[in-house]
Design a protein around this ligand. Structure first.
Ligand code: FE
Ligand code: FE
Ligand code: ZN
Length: 293
């Protein structure tokens, strides 16, 4: 079964139940959220009864809660010493929060080395992840390293770097990978040849590490190192290539999550994009139609 969802909100009053309801309103059967604002550290106290109600509702609806995703905040940067202690303690707390929410997967950006170089950056992230994994060793939470576009000094913009991080981690049994189609395109991988890419991924990292795929079109050309997401079918990757990735038989049980931009910064496009994806039919007037709603 196709597992498709999008980024949704997480509000103080409704928490996981509200995130689930938002996803359902877009006809999704999975979803991804931040446990608070991605750019700051203020987090609401989790409400156990909302967590329980959300999980009961997922069970009733046949939604597999083990495929729901949390995205760690961007302020975590394990690659550079400047932020290291804060990042380790905040990520530790975040893994505990994800576990308390009954969620298994936490997507993390490897980080930016900010001038110290890729090798030193990788050493730092490995050191940090070792501590976080050790701090949370009894929790069933898997950290998925996201493939990055290679903007600025981002680490993890090619499969070799992701593999180096995973290989250097002491116990990588709770580490996986989140692919992002926009980032892969922007970092130089040709999404029109996805089968070749998957083969390469399998050779370098191992396909079983893939825990989530972010499905985004890109505003920029291949190898641009930009990272600007575009609505499905309206960017340089294109609808057919994205459909080909979404329906790849080797990735059937992997959750596919849209992080495409709101139309006019106001209207969530996900319900309409998912409808197109389910029909496998591109609607070139989609954006105009969403604006008129
Ligand atoms: Fe991300
Ligand atoms: Fe992403
Ligand atoms: Zn991005």
């Amino acid at each position: 079964m196709l597992l498709i969802g999008s980024h949704v909100g997480f509000k103080k009053d409704s928490q996981l139940l509200g995130s689930l309801d938002e996803a359902l309103s877009y006809n999704e059967n999975t979803f991804m959220f931040y446990t608070g604002a991605p750019q700051n550290t203020s987090r609401n106290v989790l409400d156990d009864s909302l967590i329980e109600r959300a999980h009961n509702k997922m069970k009733d609806l046949g939604i597999d809660s083990s495929k729901v995703i949390v995205h760690a905040p961007y302020i975590i940067n394990l690659c550079n010493e400047n932020n290291f202690d804060f990042s380790v303690s905040f990520l530790t707390e975040e893994v505990k929060r994800v576990s308390a929410l009954g969620i298994k997967y936490l997507v993390l950006h490897p980080g930016s080395h900010v001038g110290i170089g890729i090798d030193a950056g990788i050493d730092n992230i490995v050191k940090g992840l070792n501590i976080v994994l050790d701090n949370t060793k009894n929790l069933d939470v898997v950290i998925l390293l996201e493939t990055m576009a290679g903007k600025g000094s981002e680490v993890g913009s090619n499969l070799e770097e992701i593999n180096r991080i995973i290989s250097l981690i002491k116990d990588s049994s709770r580490v996986g990978v989140c692919l992002d189609t926009c980032h892969l395109n922007d970092s130089g991988y040709d999404m029109s040849k996805f089968d070749l890419f998957l083969e390469e991924f399998d050779n370098i990292i191992g396909i079983e590490r893939i825990g989530c795929i972010h499905i985004n079109d890109s505003k920029n050309s291949i190898n641009s190192h930009k990272d600007r997401h575009e609505n499905i079918g309206f960017g340089t990757i294109g609808f057919d290539n994205l459909i080909n990735i979404i329906y790849n038989s080797k990735l059937e049980n992997i959750p596919k999550i849209l992080e495409t931009p709101y139309v006019d910064k106001k209207y969530p496009p996900y319900k309409y994009e998912i409808e197109m994806i389910r029909k496998k039919e591109f609607n070139k007037d989609l954006i105009e139609q969403i604006k008129k709603q």
